[in-house]
Each structure stands twice: as C-alpha cells, then as structure tokens.
Design a protein around this ligand. Structure first.
Ligand code: UD1
Ligand code: MG
Length: 474
C-alpha cells in the first residue's frame, strides 16, 4: 500500500559527477571554492538541514575528492555515493542511483552540485508544495525563477493556459523559446518510483547528445501525471556556477551580504567593505575596525574593539578583545588573548597561543607555541614547539632550534625571564623562572631559575675536510 504523501520519506540526490567543462579547469567544478568551501559542501549542508533519510551523491570526476568533501558535511550513515563513470547527462546521472531508489515509495529531492546558494527554507517549501499538490501530491515539482538574462539555462515552456509543457535547453531552443525568462533551477521534487519509471524512456536525441533529466517532467505529463511548478522570487538563490565569471560574481555577492550584516547587526567598521574578505562563518565583535585587504577566513572569532590593519589574514583563529593586528600579519588555527599586539609581518602558525596582553612584533614566527601573559617577542624571532611563561622578554633575533634534522623538540622558558638578543635555544632545553641569557648565547643545557648564562659553546667537532661531507661553498 502507498503511504500518504505527508508521511513519505524524504531522500535527496545531488548531481556532482560532471567535470564542468566551462570552468576550463583541471579541478572538478563542484570542488571549486565559494566562501572558502567547495561548492558541493554548500549543497550538502543545506540538504542536511531538511533532515532527509539519506543524501545520495552522484560522483564521477575526481569522485574520491568529492566524497571527502561531502563527508566533511555529512555523517557517513546519512550519505551514500553513486558512481557515474561516464557523464552522459543529468538524466543518466540520476539513473546511476536506480538500484538504490527505483522501488522506494518516497519523495526524492534532486539538487545540483553547482547551485550552492539555495536555502533550506526554499527547499522545505518546495517539498511541502510538492506533497500537498491537489491533495494527492505531484509526480514532479520544478523549482523555477524568472531571470532578466536567462542565457544558458533550460527554459520553462508553458502551454496556452499557462500549464507546464516542457523544459527546453539553451542549445535546443528556438529563437522564440530563448526569449522565455522563466528558467529551470535544476532543483526538483519527484515521486521516486515515477521518476525512475519515466527515466527509462529518456532518449539522447538533442543538440548535446545527452540524456536530459529535463525530459522527465514531459514524459510524466504525457503519461497523465501532475507536474507542478514552484515559482520562487529570489533569483540569486538558484544561480548555477558554470564558469569562473559566475563564481567570482557569486563570491562578491556573498561577501557583500556578510559584510553588510556585520556592519548593521554587529557594529563592525570596515574602512573599505568592498576590499575585505570575511567568511560567512566568521564572527566579529562590536567596534572592531577592519582595514582594506584583510581576509577573515573559516570559523574565525574576533572580539570587540580590535584593530586589524591592511593585508592581515586570520584563518580559523580565535582573537580576544582589544587586540591590534598590524599590517600583513598571518594567524592560522591559533588563539590570541585580550589586549595582545601582533605584527607587522608576524606569522602565527597552527596551534599557537598568545595569552592576554602578550606582544609579538616585526618578523616574528610562532608555531605550536604558547607565549604567556604580558610576555613579549618583539623582533625577528622564531618560536617553535615552545612554551613561555608570563612577563618574559624574548630579545631580538632569538631562535628556538627545535629541529635536529630528524625530530622536533620542545623549549620551555619560565616567567620573568630575559632572553638576550640573538640567543639560540637548542631544544630540548629549559630556562627557569627569572633567568637571563646574554646576547648571542647558545643555550644547549637546561638553565636553572634565577641564573645568568652567556657565551657560545660551539667547538670543532670534526674536520669536514677529512670526511666526504664537504662544507658549503659559500
Ligand atoms: C542544467 C539543466 C538546465 C538548468 C540548469 C540549472 C539539464 C539537461 N539541464 O543545465 O535545464 O537550467 O541545470 O543550473 O539537466 N552532472 C552529472 N553527470 C552528468 C552531467 C551533469 O553529475 O552526466 C551534474 C554536474 O556535475 C552538475 C549538475 O549535474 O553538478 C548540472 O550539470 P550541468 O552540466 O551544469 O547542467 P547545466 O547545463 O547547468
Ligand atoms: Mg550547471
């Protein structure tokens, strides 16, 4: 017995096997990034919001990479992958999932991997109308919009009384049909069994020699089934990405939306909103001022009252309140406390942490290191695998020599330490609280607390001329 429409299970099928010839790229189209994430991730995240039973993804070009991208968004138990080895058109792509779906008494929402801006609310409304159509549900409901410039899209051809007649692709359209502004979004709801039954009759007799999914609605209509149209007002949501101009345009739209929201709802100042790149997942606090050419990427969080000067990049990092990030500094996967100062030209590599009011200055690099509260490393320094206590000063040119050619080793520096300029800390090594190293010291052994050390222990170890290891020629 058939279940009533309202109770039908919802499955989602995303088409993502094509190369995307018009991108002129070696990278599969759905892996191109928008807002820092592959196109396919956007579609998957939106699909998940509808809580479907399963999301089927048709993969082909760089299928393994697409799979990896999908699994960043979807739980493995909710995702299923279907291979389409040869890409013979959108109808052929859906057909690849036949063995999993053809006998399902369900509603199938078909999405395109290259239509990333569609909102979950719109899809929910589409599904609802599809199921409610004339009290018994439609065989197919097509999501359409009107575009001023419909070039490239399939056009919706309606009959005399406005009823659906067929979808005609750009390349197959007559001059009159090309004037139609209502287009097929490539997003549909189907009665799953009816879809697969009609799909068997789709032919590839068209300008592109492809099996078009767009032929299915007409086949169903001719068999006496109901085809519904869900006409949507927001054209931006259904824009497909077929070339790099569209990708750049979409990125610009998205960025403008994000920056506008941050200005109006969160009180962030942008000196030049058009020259700032903020991820839609980033959070920025009140009265923070962002200068031109700054990029705030991924899930970064920035506190209140910060100043971020030109050319800085913050990726997946957490920045406290009242922080100054000077020009051309890079902060990746790191954490910065309140009142810190960074840069110019500083580089915080992954897993670095600056505690409150710490300073990192010109040409300082940190990696997997902690700089304690009120400690400073202001000039030309490398801190790798290092832990530094509070109120310690790291002199200019200090290097943690953390790599012995095979393994990485830790450096631990206590609180209230003064590391003299040009100190080399040969790890593993510890410097105790309150100690001082003289300028140009090479520290190879642990320094106890409250101790002054100085000097370089470099001594001749072996005569390179006597071995086959030649010294460098310059
Ligand atoms: C398609 C529609 C068109 C609609 C437009 C909306 C068809 C025939 N045309 O055209 O009516 O206006 O989307 O954006 O459906 N794909 C596969 N396997 C294939 C071919 C395509 O998985 O063999 C995937 C692509 O990776 C892509 C999606 O299907 O994610 C759409 O394919 P694309 O070639 O972009 O179709 P359009 O020409 O945009
Ligand atoms: Mg497309």
């Amino acid at each position: 017995m058939e279940s009533s429409n309202e109770q039908k299970t919802l499955d989602v099928l995303i088409l993502a096997a094509g190369l995307g010839t018009r991108m002129r790229s070696n990278l599969a189209k759905v892996l191109h990034r928008l807002d820092g994430r592959p196109l396919i991730n956007h579609v998957c995240r939106t699909a998940t919001a509808l809580a479907p039973r399963r999301v089927y993804v048709v993969i082909g070009h760089q299928g393994e990479d697409v799979k990896t991208a999908v699994l960043e968004e979807l739980d493995e138990s909710h995702a299923a992958f279907v291979w389409q080895k040869e890409q013979l058109g959108t109808g052929h792509a859906v057909n690849a999932a036949r063995e999993f779906l053809e006998n399902e008494d369900s509603t199938l929402l078909v999405l395109s991997g290259d239509v990333p801006m569609i909102r979950a609310e719109t899809l929910a409304a589409l599904v609802q109308q599809h199921r409610a159509h004339r009290g018994k549900g439609a065989a197919c409901t097509i999501l359409t919009v009107k575009l001023d410039d419909p070039t490239g899209y399939g056009r919706i051809v309606r009959g005399d009384t406005g009823q659906f007649d067929r979808i005609v692709e750009q390349k197959d359209a007559t001059d009159d049909e090309k004037k139609v502004k209502e287009i097929n979004s490539g997003i549909y709801c189907f009665d799953t069994r009816k879809l697969f039954s009609a799909l068997s009759s789709v032919k590839n007799e068209n300008a592109q020699g492809e099996y078009y999914l767009t032929d299915v609605p007409t086949l169903l209509k001719n068999a006496g089934d109901d085809i519904a149209i869900y006409h949507h007002a927001d054209a931006n949501e259904i824009e497909g990405i077929n070339n790099r101009v569209q990708l750049a345009e979409m990125e610009r739209l998205l960025r403008r939306r994000v920056v506008k929201r941050l200005m109006l709802d969160y009180g962030v100042t942008f000196i030049d909103p058009n020259a700032t790149y903020v991820s839609s997942e980033a959070q920025i606090g009140r009265d923070t001022v962002i200068f031109p050419n700054v990029a705030i990427e991924g899930q970064s969080q920035i506190g209140d009252g910060c100043t971020i000067r030109a050319g800085a990049r913050v990726t997946n990092s957490k920045i406290g309140h009242g922080v100054t990030i000077r020009d051309y500094s890079i902060i990746i996967d790191s954490e910065v406390g309140n009142g810190c100062q960074i840069g110019p030209f500083a580089h915080l590599r992954p897993k670095s942490r600056m505690e409150d009011e710490a300073h990192v200055g010109n040409f300082v690099e940190m990696k997997k290191s902690v700089l304690g509260r009120k400690s400073k490393a202001n000039h030309l320094t490398y801190l790798g695998d290092a832990t530094i206590g509070e109120k310690t000063n790291i002199g200019a040119g200090t290097i943690t020599c953390n790599y012995d050619g095979v393994n990485k080793h830790a450096t631990t520096i206590g609180s209230n330490v003064r590391i003299g300029s040009d100190t080399m800390l040969v790890a593993p090594v510890k410097v105790g609280d309150g100690s001082i190293t003289g300028a140009a010291s090479v520290v190879t052994k642990d320094v106890p607390p409250d101790t002054l050390v100085y000097g370089a222990p470099a001594k001749i170890k072996k005569d390179l001329a006597a071995t086959d290891e030649a010294p460098p020629s310059d």
